[in-house]
Structure formats: C-alpha cells, structure tokens
Write a protein that binds this ligand. Structure first.
Ligand SMILES: CC(=O)SCCNC(=O)CCNC(=O)[C@H](O)C(C)(C)COP(=O)(O)OP(=O)(O)OC[C@H]1O[C@@H](n2cnc3c(N)ncnc32)[C@H](O)[C@@H]1OP(=O)(O)O
Ligand SMILES: O=C([O-])CC(=O)C(=O)O
Length: 389
C-alpha cells in the first residue's frame, strides 16, 4: 500500500500538501486569521510605506533592517554587480523570440550559475554573495530581454539611481517619475517573500539535496512560471485584454465573468491556498494601482478592475490575490505582459535565496512518502527460450 507504512494503516493524503506544516521558518509569517504578513517580524504594509526594496532585501537576508552605514555599503555592492557579461547577452540572443521571457530568465540564471567559480561553495558567505549578484543582475536580464523583443539596444545601468528607479530606467531608457518609481518599489516589496509557497518550497527541496543555490533558483523560476502561481499576474492581463479597454468596462466584465464561470474557467488573480478572506497585500497594491490609474489617466481600467473584483465576490465569494492589482499596474507602467512574471522573479529572488540559506543552516533532505496504487506485484512472463532465438 504505502512505501513505508504497515499494510493495515491507510495514511491520510494531504493532496497538494494543503494544510501541512513541513518545517519552521524565521523569514516571514503569513497569518490568514489576522490577514497579516510579517517579514522578520515587520508588517509588510509598514515596510512598503517606509523603506526601500533594497532595505527589505537586506532585512530578509540579514534578519535586521540596515542602519545608514550598512545600507550605503549594501547599495554600493548592489550597484557594483548590475552589469551583464557579454556571454549572458550572447546566450540570450541565441534564444528565439518565441521563447517566453520566463524561459529566458531561467536560462540566464542557469548561465550565471554555470560561469560562477563559487557555484559549488555552499558556505553562507558564498551563498550571500551569489544572492546579491542575482538580485543586482536580474533587472539587467529582464530589461535586456524586453528591449531585444522591441529591437532596442540594452540600456546600461545608471548607478546614480536606486534599485527600482534604475530598473525602470533600464527598461524604458528614461528617468522615471517618482510616483511610478514608488509604485514599482511597492510591488517589489510586496512580492519579495511569502513563506512556503510553491516556488520557495521548490527552492528548498533542491537546496535540501545539497545541490547549489543557482540550481535552486533556476527550479524556483520554473515553479513560479505556472499560472496557478506567479504566472497569474500575466494571465490577469490576458483576461483584461479579452474584456477590452474603454468605456462600459463594468458591463463587459460582468458578461465576461458569467461566461468564464459557466465554462468552469479559473479566474486568474483570484483565490489563494492560505488566505481565504483576502490577501493581506492586496489593499497596499490596490492603492499603488489607483495612483497609477490617476497618473496615466486610465479610469476605464479601474472600472474594469473593480467590476471583476465585485463580480467574483458576489458570484463565488472569492477575493483577489496580489497578482490581480500587480498585473494592471505593470501594464500601465508600460511593461510587456509577458514580462510581468519575470518582474516577480526579480523581487522573489530575495525570499528564495533567504530560504535556501535557512534550509542549509538546518538541513534535512526533503523526501515525503507516497501511497502506491499501481498493479499488485507481478512477474515478467518467461520468453520462448533463454537465448532469445
Ligand atoms: C502570488 C500567487 O501565487 S497567488 C496565486 C495566483 N494564482 C491564481 O491567481 C490562479 C487562480 N487561482 C487558483 O487557481 C486557486 O485559487 C489557487 C491555485 C491559487 C489556490 O487553490 P487551492 O487552495 O488549491 O483551492 P482550489 O483550487 O481547490 O479551489 C477551491 C474552490 O474554489 C474554486 N476557485 C478557487 N480559485 C478560483 C478562481 N480563481 N476562479 C474560479 N474558481 C476558483 C475552485 O474551483 C474550487 O471550487 P470547487 O470546490 O467547487 O471545486
Ligand atoms: O503563498 C502562496 O501560495 C502564493 C503567494 O501568494 C506568493 O507566493 O506570494
């Protein structure tokens, strides 16, 4: 029956590991009852209101917020690693434009891992160095790919700008407006970490075999790509495109939703494995979306957004998750829809790497059991004669 339990017992299967605690963590706490999310003890809303994404990255890795001196040194380090080697650009250029940007990002991270002489060094210090390198390089990778799809030259990083302002600068080649930088930075902070979600768990499984950090992150990117996880921010925008922009969005959204639910479609950007009464991050991200709607003068988008949110609540009682407000916010800023999930990667690499290091600090190989339900033991029938003539 099972691999290691006696025949008489029928172990309960927790499909999808739903509701099963598998380890402890000190990195973040998701509390669906109080609808709160803490990074190293700090409410994420407070962090979004008062610190930068660089400070959040530091917090996730070192356990404390940096003082001024620590922050200045950390920012210098991040800026010193922003450039992209010729080799990475060359390999990305070899990839067809039909490749999804998530496949490009996954490949680029793998190339960085294959070229780093420190890849086999699993000491905490070496893993921290690798984490900072990936954090600093991902904006270059993501923007290099988005721009090559538009036949535009790479924009070199601007080391006078902070992480989020530089990210937007490298994407669009213009100094971004402060309001846009702030909304983008908020999204990076909110996406950074969320306990044992599917991609983080993937990273921890890989780390638990004593593989290397780059392999863990490459695997995590693969897990994030799926539309039930990070790929939902892209999928939200596809739904908005199906409904269509412009006036009368509320009515079109209601009709679209009825048809989609009648077809038993999952509505992307709604529902969550842990939060059942709403995602703690949505109000903060919705505020950022509203600021962008005003900034870009797109009230029609907010009308559609609100109609779909209310429609899902009325029809199914299901609330939006972070991907729902993040998708249209990135759209307003000018990001290509297929780049939305790579933006999630650029942020979540901080949480993933923090988890890889936490896993290694107290490692146990992750290897659950399964219950066998295939054919009973049987035997290969004898062939005509032993020599096989
Ligand atoms: C950053 C993130 O990764 S957040 C998650 C992003 N993913 C999405 O937005 C994809 C859409 N959402 C979903 O598919 C789900 O809500 C998940 C995968 C996120 C969570 O799923 P689970 O905890 O496994 O719940 P499950 O999928 O079993 O849903 C429970 C019920 O609610 C329904 N439901 C849940 N989410 C949705 C949805 N978005 N649209 C329609 N119905 C839904 C299911 O159909 C199911 O109904 P049933 O009991 O009648 O079969
Ligand atoms: O926690 C989850 O299952 C998914 C999620 O919201 C995240 O990874 O941010």
């Amino acid at each position: 029956m099972s691999e290691q339990t006696p025949q008489s017992e029928t172990p309960k299967i927790y499909k999808g590991l739903a509701g099963v605690p598998v380890d402890v963590t000190a990195i973040s706490k998701v509390n669906p009852d109080s609808n709160s999310l803490l990074y190293r003890g700090y409410p994420v809303q407070e962090l979004a209101a008062s610190v930068t994404f660089e400070e959040v990255a530091y917090l996730l890795w070192y356990g404390e917020l940096p003082n001024d001196e620590e922050l200045a040194a950390f920012e210098d380090l991040e800026r010193s690693h922003r450039g992209l080697d010729h080799e990475i650009k060359r390999i990305v250029d070899e990839l067809p434009l039909t490749a999804h940007p998530m496949d490009v990002v996954r490949t680029a991270v793998s190339v960085i891992g294959a070229s780093d002489p420190k890849t086999p060094d699993d000491s905490h210090a070496a893993n921290l160095e690798k984490s900072i390198r990936l954090f600093a390089k991902l904006p270059s990778i993501v923007t290099y790919d988005q721009r090559r799809r538009h036949e535009l030259e790479f924009v070199e990083p601007n080391n006078d700008l902070g992480y989020s302002a530089n990210f937007l600068w490298q994407a669009f080649g213009e100094t971004p407006e402060l309001e846009v930088v702030n909304a983008f930075d908020t999204s990076m902070i909110l996406y950074a970490e969320h306990s044992f979600n599917a991609s983080t768990f993937t990273a921890r499984v890989i780390a638990s075999t004593l593989s290397d950090l780059y392999s863990a992150i490459t695997g995590a990117i693969g897990a994030l790509k799926g539309p039930l996880h990070g790929g939902a921010n892209e999928a939200v925008m596809h739904a908005f495109d199906e409904i269509g922009p412009g006036e009368g969005g509320a009515q079109r959204a209601a009709q679209w939703l009825d048809a989609a639910l009648a077809d038993k479609r999952k509505i992307m950007g709604f529902g969550h494995r842990v939060y059942k009464h709403g995602d703690s991050r949505v109000p903060t991200m919705r505020d950022a979306l509203e600021r962008m709607v005003e900034h870009y003068d797109r009230p029609d988008l907010l009308e559609l957004y609100t109609a779909l949110e209310e429609g899902m609540d009325e029809r199914k009682g299901i609330k939006p998750n972070l991907d729902y407000p993040a998708g249209p916010t990135y759209h307003l800023m000018g990001w290509d829809t297929e780049t939305f999930t790579p933006l999630f990667v650029a942020s979540r690499v901080t949480g993933w790497t923090a988890h890889v290091m936490e896993q290694l600090a107290s490692n146990a190989l992750i290897r659950p059991l399964s219950v066998y339900e295939g054919p009973e033991e049987r035997h290969v029938p004898p062939k005509g004669n032993a020599a096989g003539e």
